[in-house]
Each structure stands twice: as C-alpha cells, then as structure tokens.
Design a binder for this molecule. Sequence first.
Ligand code: FMN
Length: 359
Amino acid sequence: MKLLEKLKIGDLELKNRLVMAPMTRSRANAQGEVNNLIVKYYVQRASAGLIITEAVNISEQAIGSPLTPGLYTREQITSWKKVTDAVHEANGLIFAQLWHTGRVGHSIDKKGVLPVSASAIAIEGQTHFTSQGPKEYETPRELTTEEVKQIIQDYKQAAINAKEAGFDGVELHSAFGYLPNQFLVDGANKRNDEFGGSIENRSRFVLEIMNALVEVFGKDKAGIKLSPSIPYNGMIDSDPTALFSYLISELNKLPLAYIQLMQPMFPIDAFPTWPKDVLTTFGHLFDKTIIVNGGYDQQKGEQELENNRAHLVSYGSAFIANPDLPKRFELNAELNTPDRNTMYGGGEKGFTDYPFLEQ
Ligand SMILES: Cc1cc2nc3c(=O)[nH]c(=O)nc-3n(C[C@H](O)[C@H](O)[C@H](O)COP(=O)(O)O)c2cc1C
C-alpha cells in the first residue's frame, strides 16, 4: 500500500504517507497554553507520517475563538515544548500551523476590539460562535499598510518561537477564509496599496509570509494550506483558477516542504468556473511535495498516490476518532466514528478516549 510507504522531505523522514490534518480542538487554557491532555492527544497520533497541529495564534490580535492556543508568550512556547518532545520521543514529526483569523472573530472575545482584515467587509450569511453564543459578524477594521507589514513580522516571530518550541516545521494557514485567504480573494480584498488590486498584489501578503517562514526554518520546513474552491467565510473570488495558478507558481519558486491543497468539500454549483478538482487544476504547477486533503478515505487516498497526483494524503476527522489510523489502514480494520459534539472544547471525552485497536 502506497499510503504506508516512507517519504523524505529534505532531511525529514516520514514513516508513512498519512498526514494528520490541522484541527482546532479548543482545549487550551485562557492564556493560550497547551496542557498534558493535549500532549497525550498528539502522542497518541504520533504514528502519522506527519502531524500538523491545530491552528495556533501568532499574536493576541490573531485570536478568533476562545481556548485556542498561541505561540507568542514565553509560557505558550514552554507548553508546546512538552508536546514536541513527547511526539519526538514517540518517533513522530510535528509542524505547527500558524494562524491569524482576521475578520473571522468577534469583539466579544477580543476584549471589545474589532477584528481586522484586508478591507472593511463583513462576512454575510453566517454567524460566529462566541463565548456568548452565535453572533452576526461585525464589519472588520481595514489594516493600514504598516500594520500589514507588522503582521508579516508577527508570523516570522511565531516561526522563531515554533522553532524554539521544537517543531519540525511550520504551516501557514492560508485556507478556509482566515487572514491570508482574506488578502487573496477579490471579494474580501479591495485595498489600494501594494497588498490589493492585481493578483500579484493580493498574493503579496502570503508570499512575503512564506519567505519569512523559510528565512527562519530554512529549506523544506515550511508548508502552506490552500483551499481554492471553498467559499466558506465569504471567500468569493472572481477567478480562483487565475489567482491560485499564479500563487502556486510563485510558491513553487520557494524551497517549501509542501503545499496542502483542499478539495472543494462545499457545494460550488453557484460557481461553475471554480476548479472542481484542485489536483487536476493546480497539481502540475508545483514540483515539490503535494498533500491532498478533504473527504478522503483509504481507497481514494491510495488512488491519488498511485496515480502520482499527490505525495501525501491528510486526514482530519478520521484522525480525531482513530489515533492509530495507519495501523487500521494496514490491517484493513474498522474505523471509529468521530463524535461531532466533542470536536470543539471539553476535556478527555472525544479527545483522548477514542479506542486503539486491541494490541
Ligand atoms: C474539528 C475540526 C477542526 C478543524 N480545524 C482546522 C484548523 O485549525 N486548521 C485547518 O487548516 N483546518 C481545520 N480543519 C479542517 C481539516 O484540517 C480538514 O481540512 C478537513 O477536516 C477535511 O479533511 P477530512 O475530510 O479528512 O476530515 C478542522 C476540521 C475539523 C473536523
């Protein structure tokens, strides 16, 4: 089975081709520090070829949801060190996913401060889950050019902190409508400076961040997650094929570890020109490692590898419910079903209590 074959990314040796997709679990403390239960959760899943952590806030401004971890205080860095040490001890590899939520947040959970974004455009037709229940999105404050440059520095500092915390690399969360994605799409970015307007300008924020991450971590240690055909969180672009073709071609010039591409996953009938299969549309533009994600099972994942369309497959909810997913694939064993009610927040239940196969 290709999924169980090794893969080298630079000097990192992945023991199989299953990646644990980044998943927010909202179990950090109010200061954004991770605890021993979170250490246990990641160690349980260390048989993945690579773990990508839940999204991690790069600054206080980046926070969009309560109880999500950070990598910008000394205590947060120290708390993550316990995770990386334990995962390495268990022979695993772990990247930190770096997160700035931009407009996907609410002042209720930001000490009364309005969320920021590329432009002052609110998400419509969705509500945000806050500590006081679901709320309408507010119109964010448009960032100044100076502030945009500062946020690129915040990403860089978070990468420095991730390195100190012992991570093997970092991934930029540039998917699913968060801040980098807000800069990319013309439905959310109406800026007049060098970060808005043309495709080149709208891609600048992401490319400058990726350059900064490479500067910190070096070759083959920085990845990026993209979701070109996902309209969630108001990510409407007039021409995603042109936008992401340019972006991915530029990313291909950098010594990145990988790009992680999400398949559509949401109905896109309203957007007939949007790519229906991200690998068909964009795969040929990137000649390094490609991780494919979104709705894959063992058989579909195996097929993508066999057809040389991707090098790795990332599994989200399957890894929540099956800490020993590679073993289950190997033995063709039955899978546990993820419980939707315990995905975000809480303690052990639905987090570290999913059963392993009998030894
Ligand atoms: C509980 C949960 C939390 C998630 N949080 C994140 C996140 O923090 N960052 C991210 O990039 N994707 C996040 N995702 C999306 C997953 O990484 C993945 O793209 C998605 O689940 C599709 O993969 P799957 O079909 O294998 O589950 C989350 C998904 C779930 C189920």
